[in-house]
Design a protein around this ligand. Structure first.
Ligand code: NDP
Length: 333
C-alpha cells in the first residue's frame, strides 16, 4: 500500500519537500484487528502542529514515519467481532491507501444516514468541535451578536449555524466573495465579511455588529481577532477554537494584546479541545444529524481526488481553497 510519510519538519509554510510518498507491504491483521481500505482521508489544520517538534496537546509526528489522519474506509478483512468485510468505518488511521486498525478504535458509519464522507466533517470531529465549542463554551442566547472566524470552513460553518439556531444574530469572516455569499445566502448568516478584500477590518466589523459582540468563536486569531476585540460587550464570551493565522509563523508573534478590554467588558476567554468531549460525542452527532435531515444545518465539502494529492489538499487549507470540509477521495465507493 502507499503511505505519506513526514519527510522533514517544515519551517514556516509546509512544502512538498516535507512529504514523502512511500510504498510498503502490510502484515495481515492480527487478533482484534481490521484491515481498512481508505475511501476518504481528512486533512486538518491541527496537523500542522504535529509536523512540529514541540510540546502540544497532540504528540509530534516522527520524521520518516507515516502521518495520522481521520479516515472513512471499507473493511477488507476483519478479526474483530463488531466488523465484517464490506462494513464502512471511521477512525484515526493513517495517510494511507490501506491501514490496519485495532477494531476497538473504529466506529461504524451507516451509509443509509447520508454521504459517508460527512463522518469526517459535519458528522465527525469538526462538527463535534463546533457543537461543544458553541453550545458548551460560547453559549449564545437569543438576540446575541455572534462572530465566527473562518466561518466558511468545516468547524466555522457548523458553529455559525448552531448560533443562528440558538436565536443569535450571526456574523462570519471568510476569505472570498463566494464564501461570503454562501454564508449569507444559504447558511442564514446575517452578515459576512471578506477579510481579504477589506482595508479597514475594524470599521467593517463595527458596521456588521452595531450592538457590539456577545460571542466570538475564534478559529484564526491575528488581525480578525484584533478587529473583534474593541467590540466585546459586557459579559461577552470568547471561545478560542483555533489560531490558523499563526500556525505557519516562524517567530512568536506579540503576546496577548489589549487585555484591558477584558477588565472593562468582564469578558470570558476560554480555550476548547474537542477531545474533552469524547464521552458526549454521540449526543452531538445525534443532534447534528437531526439538524442536517431537517435542513436546519447545511454543509459543503471540498473534495480533492487522488491519494497522491493529499499534501496539496492539506496545503490548500492555509490558502483557503476549501469551502466547507476539505477531504481527499482516496478510493472508489
Ligand atoms: P477549515 O475548514 O476552517 O479550513 C481552514 C480555513 O482557515 C481556510 O479555509 C481559510 O479560510 C482559513 N484561513 C487559513 N489561513 C488563514 C489566515 N491566515 N487568516 C484567516 N483565515 C485563514 O478548518 P477546520 O474547520 O478544520 O478548522 C478550523 C479551526 O478550528 C482551525 O484553527 C483548527 O485548528 C481549529 N480546530 C480546533 C479544534 C479544537 O479541538 N480546538 C478541533 C478542530 C479544529 P478563509 O478563506 O476564510 O481564509
Amino acid at each position: 500500500t502507499r503511505q505519506w510519510h513526514l519527510a522533514s519538519r517544515p519551517t514556516g509554510e509546509p512544502t512538498m519537500e516535507n512529504f514523502d510518498l512511500v510504498t510498503v507491504d502490510l502484515d495481515d491483521p492480527g487478533s482484534g484487528e481490521v484491515l481498512v481500505r481508505t475511501l476518504y482521508q481528512s486533512v486538518d489544520p491541527y496537523m500542522r502542529g504535529r509536523m512540529r517538534d514541540a510540546e502540544s496537546y497532540e504528540e509530534p509526528w516522527d520524521v520518516g514515519e507515516p502521518m495520522q489522519a481521520g479516515v472513512v474506509g471499507e473493511v477488507v478483512e476483519s478479526n474483530h467481532d463488531a466488523y465484517e468485510s464490506g462494513d464502512i468505518v471511521t477512525g484515526e488511521l493513517l495517510w494511507a491507501e490501506h491501514a490496519i486498525a485495532d477494531g476497538d478504535d473504529l466506529r461504524p458509519v451507516d451509509p443509509d444516514h447520508g454521504p459517508i464522507s460527512t463522518a469526517l466533517g459535519t458528522l465527525g470531529m469538526p462538527g463535534v468541535t463546533a457543537y461543544f465549542g458553541m453550545l458548551d463554551v460560547a453559549e449564545p442566547t437569543p438576540g446575541d451578536t455572534v462572530v465566527v472566524s473562518a466561518a466558511a470552513g468545516a468547524v466555522g460553518s457548523v458553529a455559525g449555524q448552531l448560533a443562528r439556531l440558538a436565536g443569535a444574530r450571526v456574523v462570519g469572516t471568510a476569505g472570498s466573495d463566494e464564501k461570503v455569499e454562501w454564508l449569507t445566502d444559504e447558511l442564514g448568516f446575517d452578515a459576512a465579511i471578506n477579510y481579504k478584500e477589506t482595508d479597514d477590518l475594524g470599521r467593517a466589523m463595527a458596521e456588521a455588529c452595531p450592538d457590539g459582540i456577545d460571542v466570538y468563536f475564534d478559529n484564526v486569531g491575528g488581525p480578525i481577532t484584533d478587529a473583534v476585540w474593541p467590540l466585546l460587550n459586557v459579559r461577552s464570551r470568547v471561545a478560542v477554537c483555533g489560531q490558523i493565522s499563526i500556525y505557519n509563523a516562524t517567530e512568536v508573534p506579540t503576546g496577548p494584546r489589549k487585555l484591558a478590554k477584558l477588565i472593562e467588558s468582564r469578558a470570558r476567554v476560554e480555550g476548547l479541545l474537542v477531545r474533552d468531549y469524547e464521552d458526549r460525542w454521540g449526543e452531538a452527532l445525534r443532534r447534528l444529524s437531526t439538524f442536517i435531515q431537517n435542513e436546519e444545518i447545511r454543509y459543503r465539502q471540498h473534495t480533492v481526488e487522488g491519494f497522491e494529492n493529499a499534501p496539496d489538499a492539506f496545503l490548500g487549507l492555509f490558502e483557503g481553497d476549501n469551502i466547507g470540509k476539505q477531504l481527499v477521495q482516496v478510493g472508489e465507493y
